[in-house]
Design a protein around this ligand. Sequence first.
Ligand SMILES: Cc1ncc(COP(=O)(O)O)c(C=O)c1O
Length: 449
Amino acid sequence: MAVSVVNDLRESDRAYHLHPFTDHADMHKSGTHVVHSGEGIYVVDETGKKLLDGLAGLWCVNVGYGCKEIIEAVTTQMTRLAFYPSFFNSTTEPAIMLSERLAQLAPARLNRTFFSNSGSEANETALKTIRAYYKLRGEEARHKIISRKFAYHGVTMASASLTGLANCHGAFNLPLPGYYHAPAPYPYFENSDMDEESYGKWCIEETERLILAEDPKTIAAIFAEPIQGAGGVIVPPPGYLQALRQLARKYNLLFVADEVITGFGRLGDWFASSLFELDPDIMTLAKGITSGYLPMGATMVSDEIAEVLIKGGNFAHGFTYSGHPTVAAAALANLDYISKHNLIEHVKNEVGPYFQQKLWALKDHAAVGNVRGYGLIGALELVPAGGRAAIVPNSYIGIPAANLCREEGVIVRGIRDAIAMSPPLVITRDEIDIMFSGIERALDRFLAG
Ligand SMILES: Cc1ncc(COP(=O)(O)O)c(C=O)c1O
C-alpha cells in the first residue's frame, strides 16, 4: 500500500473506528496495523511486510488463509441463496447438513445444534438453554453457574459474567449475581509451591467447597474450557478435567465444555471433549467451525436436554442469522477441508508434537519463567532480565514482547506477562522452525532491553 493510502486509512481509523479490546489512546500513538492480505499461514501488512500468523487470526484460522474450497462454497451458496432464516418452520439445506455433520463428529450424546454468530452467543445460548431446561423440569431453584478464574467465555452480559477476568468485569459492574468463579489450575500465577498435580487436586477440592457452600441444589452448571485460552493458555494437569467432570456428575450439575478454541483440531482431535473423554452435556463452538472465514457460533446439547426442550414447545430464542446458509456452507467446506487434508492427524502426530518440542526447548531461555502447551497451542510466561522478582505487577511484559515478535516477523499474542501462540493447523515443521526462531530472536532482544 502507498504510504499516503496507509496514512489516510490510519486517519479514518482514528476518526471513526472503535476497536474491540483496545486501548485507543495507546494505539493511536503508535499507529494502527492494517492487515491487507493472507495466504496459508502468512498475512501481509500495510507496509508489505509478510508476517507468520502464529495466532491464526484470533485462535481461529485453522485451515490458513486463502482456502479456495471455502471461497468457492461461499460463492456457490451466495449465488443460489445468500440468506434465508431458520426461524419458525423454515430452514436451508446447508444448516441441516451442518447440524448432521456436527452430530457425527461430536461426542456420542451431543446430537442437536443451535446456531448463533459467535462464541459469546454460543455460551449465552447455553445459559438460556440451561435455564429453560430446568424450568421445564420444575427445578427453577437451580440457577447458579460456576466457571473458573482466568476463564474466557465471551463478552455479552451473561457470557462476560462467566468469564473470569477482572478487566472484563470492572468497567461493567459484572459479574451478574449468581455467577461464581472457582480457582483455575494455574499454580505459576499464584506463585504456589505445590506441584501442578497437587495444585490441580486443590482446585477440585476448592470447587467442591464452593458447590457445598452455595448449596448444590441451587447450582445449574459448571462451564469450563478444557484448556483455558485467552486467560493465558492454562493447561490442566492430568486427571484435573476428569475430576471436574466427575464433580459435576456427583452433584447433578450440567457440565458445559466451551470448545470455542479447542474444537476442530487444535489439540489433535476434533474436540477436547473426545480427547479427554469429558462427555459434556453441552458443548459450545465457534472460531474453527468456519476457520474464521465467516462468523458462526454453535451450541450442541445432549439428547436428554434436547428431548426436554422439544417437548417443552416454543423455544423463543434465536438470532436472525442462526444457521445462516452461506456461513453454514463455509463451515461444511471447512470441515471437508480438515478431513480431506487429515489435519487432525497432522496436528496429533506431526506438527503438534514438533510444536511442543520447539516450545519446551525455550524452557531454559533466561526470559522464560514457565512453559505451557498442548497440540498446537502454547504459551511462554516471561520474566525480565532481573528474573521473576523484577516483574512489576500489572506491567504486562507480554505486550512489548509480542511487539518484538511482530518486528521479528511472527504474530503472537501478549497476555499479561506471557506470549501465546496457536498457529493455523496447516503449518509445517519448517514453518514451525521459522516461527520459533523469530520468537527466540525477539526474546533475546526483550532481555537485552
Ligand atoms: C473459549 C472461548 N469462548 C468464547 C469466546 C468468545 O467468542 P467470540 O469472541 O466469538 O464471542 C472465546 C473468544 O476468544 C473463547 O476463546
